[in-house]
Ligand binder design. Structure first.
Ligand SMILES: [Zn+2]
Length: 225
C-alpha cells in the first residue's frame, strides 16, 4: 500500500467482514506499535516516513549491529556458527523460490539471529523494537521483486565472523546497510498507488479466520473518520 494512504474504518470493516469497533481496536494497537500513524481529526494512515527518518532508523541498526558483531566475535562458538549456517541455507533456498514473503522474513531474521546468539534479552528486545519500525518502512518502500537483504552479503558477514575478523565483519555489515538504504531509496521512487481493497486482498482469508476467535472487551465510545 502506498505510504500516506488513508485507512478508513468503514472500508476496512467491509473488506474484512468485521465490525468497525474491531477495526478501530486493531488500528489503535497498530498506532501504539508505531506501525500506523494517527492524525487527529483526519484518521489513520500508512506511515509516510521521509528519507531522513529512514536513514535515522537504519543508522541506529547499523550502529547496533557493529556492537553486536564486536561482542559476537568474542563469544562465537560452533553451535552458534552452525545455527547461522543453517539459517543461511534456508535464506538461500527461499531466495531462489517463489515464496517472496518467506524470503523477506528470513532475510530479516538473519539480523535477529546475530543478536539472539548473544543471549541477552535486552539486546534482543532492542532490535525487535527497531525492526518493528524498519519493517514498516520496508513494507512501505521496498521495490517489488527486489529483496532488501542479499544472502551473499549475509554469508560474507558470517564468513568474517567465522574467521574472527571483527573489522571485516563490521565493514561488511556497514556496506550491507548502505545497500539496504539505497534499495529503499529506489523504492521511494517506484512506489505505487493501490486501492486498499486490492492491497489488503491477500490478508482477508487470514483475518477472517482469526476474527472468530477472541471477542473484544467492548467498542470504544466514539467513532471517528
Ligand atoms: Zn540483511
Amino acid at each position: 500500500m502506498a505510504p500516506g494512504s488513508k485507512l478508513p474504518e468503514h472500508r476496512l470493516a467491509t473488506i474484512f467482514g468485521v465490525s468497525r469497533e474491531r477495526v478501530r481496536k486493531v488500528l489503535h494497537r497498530l498506532v501504539a506499535e508505531r506501525r500506523l500513524e494517527r492524525i487527529p481529526r483526519r484518521g489513520t494512515f500508512v506511515p509516510n516516513p521521509s528519507p531522513e527518518e529512514i536513514r535515522t532508523v537504519y543508522r541506529a541498526h547499523r550502529v547496533f549491529e557493529t556492537g553486536v558483531l564486536t561482542q559476537l566475535v568474542k563469544e562465537l562458538n560452533d553451535a552458534m556458527m552452525s545455527r547461522i549456517d543453517a539459517h543461511l541455507g534456508e535464506e538461500r533456498e527461499a531466495a531462489s523460490g517463489a515464496d517472496r514473503a518467506a524470503s523477506v522474513r528470513l532475510s530479516g531474521e538473519f539480523h535477529v539471529l546475530l543478536v539472539d546468539s548473544l543471549k541477552s534479552p535486552e539486546l534482543s528486545h532492542f532490535l525487535r523494537e527497531l525492526l518493528a519500525r524498519s519493517s514498516l518502512m520496508v513494507s512501505a518502500f521496498e521495490p517489488p521483486r527486489l529483496s532488501l537483504c542479499s544472502v551473499d552479503e549475509h554469508a560474507a558477514i558470517a564468513e568474517a565472523l567465522k574467521a574472527r575478523n571483527v573489522e571485516r565483519a563490521i565493514a561488511l555489515s556497514n556496506e550491507h546497510f548502505t545497500h539496504i538504504e539505497d534499495r529503499l531509496a529506489q523504492g521511494i521512487v517506484e512506489r505505487v498507488e493501490r486501492r486498499i481493497e486490492d492491497a489488503l486482498e491477500p490478508l482477508v482469508p487470514v483475518a477472517r479466520g482469526s476474527s472468530r476467535k477472541g471477542r473484544n472487551r467492548g467498542p470504544d465510545p466514539k467513532a471517528r473518520n
